[in-house]
Ligand binder design. Structure first.
Ligand SMILES: [Mn+2]
Length: 424
C-alpha cells in the first residue's frame, strides 16, 4: 500500500494549530533554528529489511500480521515509513534473505517510494539450505581454507547484488569466535580472518566502503573474532582506507563508554557509522532511545562535535542505520519511534552550546560543563523535528497518523494475518 500525500496533509491540518504554538516557542529560543531544521530535514536513517517483521527470541515468535512476504513488500513498508516521517529514505538488505530477482524493477520500485539502497549485509552466521560447507566453526576464520573461500565468495556475491542496486557499502558482521578456552589459537584465527577480509576488500569497487562490525559476545561466548572496537580497528587499519569500524550500540559489554569510542574512531577517520538500537542487558535490539536516551544524546554530541571538527557532512559522511528487532510491538510503529528517538538525540546535540562547553572544559569547570550538556538534553526538541517533517512533506505526528489511518489493519487485509517476513 502507498499513503497518498493528500491524506497526510489532511491529517496534518488537525495538528497544525497546536504544533504552531509549540514550534514558535522553541524557535524563539533557538538562535540558528533555520540551519537546525535543514539539518534535520537532510538526516536520513536506513531501515534494515529484517526489522519489518516481528523479531523472535529463541523461545518464540509472535508475528504482528500483515508482515511483508517478499522484498517488494519490504520496500513498500519502508516507503510507508518514509512517507510519514520523510527521514527513512533508505533500506538495507540482507543477502541471501533479500536477493532481488530483477534488480532493475526493484530499483524502480524503491525510487517510486523515494528510497535508496544503503549498505548490503552478508550472512555467514547460519547455514543456507543448499550450502556445501558448514559455518558451525566459523566462516572467515575457519581452519579449513575451503570454508573460508566459500564465505569469501558469498561476500563478493553480496557486493555484486549491491552494485546492481546502487549500494555503496558492505557490512561484514561475523559470528566467528570460540565457545571454549583452547578451541582456537587467537593469533592464527586473527591472521586467517584478516586474509579472508583482504580477499573481499580486493573485490570492492573504488567508491565502496567496507564496514566491519564488532560484537562482544553471542553467539560465541568465550571469544569473538571481531569482539570490540580495538579488534575491528585493527582489521580496518590493516585493510586500508576503504575499511571502517561499524558501531552497533548493543554490541558492547555493559557500561562501555560508547561515546568515547565514537569520538576516537572519528578522530582517526575510521568510523563507518551506526547500527542504532537500545538495550538493558546485552544485544537486546530494543527500540532506539527506549532504555537510555541520555547515552544516545551523549553519542550524538560526540558525533556532531567530531564531524564538525573534520568538516564532515552530518547526513552523508557516515552510515546511519537502525538494527533492532523484537517481539512485542508493531514493527512499523517501533521503527517510527526509533527514527524519532534518533532525530531527537541529533537535534539536542545540535543545540549544545559549543562555545560555552569549550570554555567550561578549558577552565576545568565541571559543573558548568554538565549544565551546558544537560540544558540541551532537557530541551523538548520535538516541535523542531515535527517542523522539519512538515517542511519535507511528511506527517506532523507519524505514529498517530499510522494509527488513525489503520495502516496495520490494511496490511493484514492485503497480506493476511499469518504472514512471516522472510529471513526471520
Ligand atoms: Mn548490527
Amino acid at each position: 500500500m502507498k499513503l497518498a500525500k493528500q491524506l497526510i496533509q489532511e491529517h496534518n491540518e488537525s495538528f497544525l494549530a497546536d504544533h504552531k504554538k509549540q514550534f514558535d516557542f522553541i524557535a524563539g529560543n533557538t538562535s540558528d533554528v533555520k540551519e537546525v531544521i535543514q539539518k534535520l530535514v537532510d538526516f536520513q536513517v536506513a531501515v534494515p529489511s529484517w526489522a519489518l517483521g516481528s523479531g523472535g527470541t529463541r523461545f518464540g515468535r509472535f508475528p504482528a500480521g500483515g508482515e511483508p512476504r517478499n522484498l517488494e513488500e519490504k520496500i513498500e513498508d519502508v516507503g510507508l515509513l518514509h512517507a510519514l516521517n520523510q527521514s527513512s529514505g533508505a533500506i538495507s538488505l540482507h543477502i541471501p534473505w533479500d536477493i532481488p530477482k530483477d534488480a532493475q524493477s526493484i530499483k524502480t520500485l524503491a525510487a517510486m517510494h523515494g528510497l535508496k539502497f544503503d549498505a548490503v549485509n552478508s550472512n555467514t552466521f547460519q547455514d543456507q539450505q543448499d550450502q556445501a560447507l558448514s559455518y558451525k566453526f566459523g566462516s572467515l576464520q575457519h581452519v579449513d581454507k575451503a570454508v573460508r573461500q566459500q564465505a569469501i565468495d558469498h561476500n563478493i556475491e553480496v557486493i555484486r547484488h549491491g552494485i546492481d542496486l546502487g549500494s555503496k557499502s558492505l557490512t561484514v558482521w561475523l559470528a566467528d569466535g570460540s565457545c571454549f578456552p583452547g578451541q582456537l589459537n587467537f593469533r592464527k584465527t586473527f591472521q586467517r580472518t584478516l586474509e579472508s577480509l583482504q580477499s573481499i576488500y580486493a573485490a570492492l569497487p573504488g567508491d565502496w566502503k567496507m564496514f566491519i562490525e564488532y560484537k562482544a559476545f553471542e553467539p560465541n561466548f568465550y571469544s569473538m573474532t571481531v569482539g570490540d572496537w580495538g579488534q575491528s580497528y585493527l582489521y580496518a587499519s590493516k585493510l586500508g582506507p576503504k575499511a571502517f569500524t561499524l558501531v552497533d550500540l548493543g554490541h558492547h559489554l555493559p557500561n562501555a563508554n560508547i561515546e568515547q569510542i565514537v569520538s576516537l574512531l572519528l578522530m582517526e577517520n575510521k568510523l563507518a557509522g551506526f547500527h542504532f538500537n537500545d538495550s538493558k542487558y546485552g544485544d537486546d535490539d530494543l527500540t532506539v532511545g527506549s532504555i537510555n536516551p541520555y547515552q544516545l544524546f551523549l553519542i550524538f554530541n560526540e558525533l556532531v562535535e567530531g564531524m564538525d571538527a573534520r568538516g564532515m557532512n552530518h547526513a552523508n559522511d557516515l552510515g546511519w542505520m537502525i538494527d533492532a528487532s523484537h517481539n512485542v510491538k508493531d514493527p512499523l510503529e517501533d521503527l517510527l519511534q526509533s527514527v524519532e528517538a534518533i532525530l531527537i538525540a541529533y537535534a539536542q546535540a545540535l543545540l549544545v552550546n559549543k562555545k560555552e562547553l569549550k570554555a567550561a572544559q578549558d577552565a576545568n569547570d565541571v559543573v558548568k560543563a554538565q549544565e551546558v550538556l544537560q540544558a540541551a538534553y532537557r530541551t523538548d526538541v520535538r516541535p523542531l523535528i515535527a517542523e522539519a517533517r512538515l517542511r519535507a512533506g511528511g506527517a506532523l505526528q507519524p505514529l498517530q497518523i499510522f494509527r488513525n489511518l489503520k495502516v496495520r489493519e490494511q496490511l493484514i487485509k492485503e497480506r493476511g494475518k499469518k504472514t512471516v517476513a522472510t529471513g526471520l
